[in-house]
Design a protein around this ligand. Structure first.
Ligand code: GDP
Length: 456
């Protein structure tokens, strides 16, 4: 394979202290020797770091002072010869180094091409390769943990086991087709039982898909409610708490404040309709419309009311707009209401998730977080004990495998010929192979790796 090169580190002008240019392929050592000058008696051996200078091979002009890391095949990320130049992080010099590599015979790598080579050379399976992209893109410690589990092969091993079990059943059936006279008759109920048990294990793995989706894409929560009920104060109190990792990002629209928190390990994007302070009717109406807009794109709506004011007409109006959504009612400002009276605050009995808060005193935030986790917690107990999670692509393939296995059970039940059983089983085996990459088309690979960053 040809030699590829890319900048492997994030390029942020004036911010990176080290920038890495990475090459992989049979020419990478040769290219390195034409560009890199290592003074003294340094030995060009694998898994060594050399110190020196990168110079223009023709003019001899100095480009950067750098370290050179040599990782010869097969002990490298791609299992090919890999060279890394660790340069000063300046965007200009690092791009110059990349350009010199290309002029010396390397080709600019496609997104994810290093990892694709690692996959094609058998160093990683497809679930591990996808986990690398997920690790790089993870936005919460829990998401990173799940990605690491995938990278360690914790997702691949149950899938391989399922596929091996299907292959065993297939072999048993095919033996009957080929050598019918020499073997005892097939025990149909035993075969059905085996498929049942495979289906059961498959469902458990598939059960991690919801959590995976939540961890990867995060949860979008909208705080809605009429002006002055305490929405911004809630967000402030929440953002300040130790449990939250906050990265303030500019909102997608001028009127919605977006905050990114981590609640129970799940990245949560909170949308707050801010900036609406006046209480004249017209502005209130705009506020309501904006709340409604934010609520429409959210997975979970936090409808906030003022305990002292009780359930007002405007609260009712907002509730009417959002009542079909997954919803938690926050009764805020309970510090202004006598203890016993809190219970008598009216709200529609259709609302089942209620939390009382006094966000001004940081009270009730933990209860709110617990209510959020409960509202989105879709995992069953068996799934809870697994530390990996399947992504959408893997889940789709697993669902295809499930359908094929269910079809196989029907085929057996309807006494169809053995050939039909094998067709269904092969469908399941193919789908399971797609997850780990044992059976996978080039277009699927293209789709997966094009989502990686260049240099990975
Ligand atoms: P928003 O318009 O819904 O964002 O409401 P704000 O967060 O701006 O709060 C409106 C007013 O209510 C402010 O003066 C807050 O200090 C006050 N407030 C918010 N939460 C509480 C609370 O829990 N208790 C009390 N007593 N006042 C609160």
């Amino acid at each position: 394979m040809d030699t590829i090169a890319a900048i492997a580190t994030a390029i942020v002008p004036q911010q990176g202290s080290v920038g890495i240019v990475r090459m992989s392929g049979s020419e990478s050592m040769k290219i390195a020797t034409t560009l890199f000058h290592a003074p003294g008696q340094q030995v060009w051996e694998t898994h060594r770091i050399l110190y020196g200078y990168i110079r223009h091979p023709q003019t001899g002009q100095l480009v950067d002072e750098a370290l050179l890391l040599i990782m010869k095949a097969p002990r490298s990320y791609t299992r090919e010869d890999v060279i890394e130049f660790h340069c000063h992080g300046g965007i200009i010099s690092i791009q110059k180094v990349l350009q010199l590599c290309i002029e010396a015979g390397a080709r600019l790598a496609q997104p994810g091409e290093f990892t694709l080579r690692a996959f094609l050379n058998g160093r990683l399976d497809l679930t591990q390769a996808e986990s690398i992209a997920e690790l790089v893109g993870s936005q919460s410690p829990a998401a990173a943990q799940v990605a690491l589990a995938g990278l360690q092969g914790k997702l691949a091993s149950p899938i391989r086991r399922l596929r091996a079990d299907c292959l065993d059943v297939l072999a048993e059936i095919e033996a009957r087709i080929d050598f019918e006279e020499d073997l005892p008759p097939l025990d149909e109920s035993e075969i059905s039982q085996k498929i049942d048990s495979i289906l059961n294990d498959l469902s458990i793995v598939l059960g991690t898909a919801n959590r995976g989706e939540l961890l990867r894409t995060g949860l979008k929560v909208a705080i809605v409610g009429r002006p002055n009920v305490g929405k911004s104060s809630l967000l402030n109190a929440w953002s300040r708490s130790d449990r939250a990792i906050v990265t303030e990002l500019p909102g997608t629209t001028r009127d919605v404040v977006e905050s990114h928190l981590v609640v129970g390990g799940i990245p949560v994007q909170v949308l707050d309709t801010a900036g609406i302070r006046e209480t004249e009717d017209r502005v209130e109406k705009i506020g309501v419309e904006r709340s409604y807009g934010a609520a429409k794109s959210a997975d979970l709506v936090l409808l906030t009311i003022d305990a002292e004011a009780g359930w007002t007409e405007l609260d009712e109006f907002i509730y009417e707009q959002v009542k079909h959504r997954s919803l938690i009612l926050i009764i805020n400002k309970v510090d202004l209401v006598q203890g016993e009276l809190i219970k008598s605050i009216f709200y529609p009995e259709t609302i089942k998730n209620i939390v009382t808060t006094a966000v001004i005193n940081n009270e009730g935030i933990e209860d709110l977080e617990a209510a959020i986790i409960k509202a989105v917690n879709l995992d069953n107990v068996e799934v809870e004990n697994l530390d990996f999670a399947v992504n959408q692509r893997q889940a789709a393939a697993l669902r295809r495998a499930k359908i094929s296995l269910e079809q196989c059970l029907n085929t057996i039940k309807n006494n169809l010929p053995l050939d039909f059983w094998t067709i269904d089983l092969r469908g399941a085996i193919y789908a399971l192979g797609e997850v780990t990459g044992e059976d996978v088309t080039e277009s699927v690979l293209d789709r997966i790796f094009s989502r990686f960053c260049i240099g990975k």
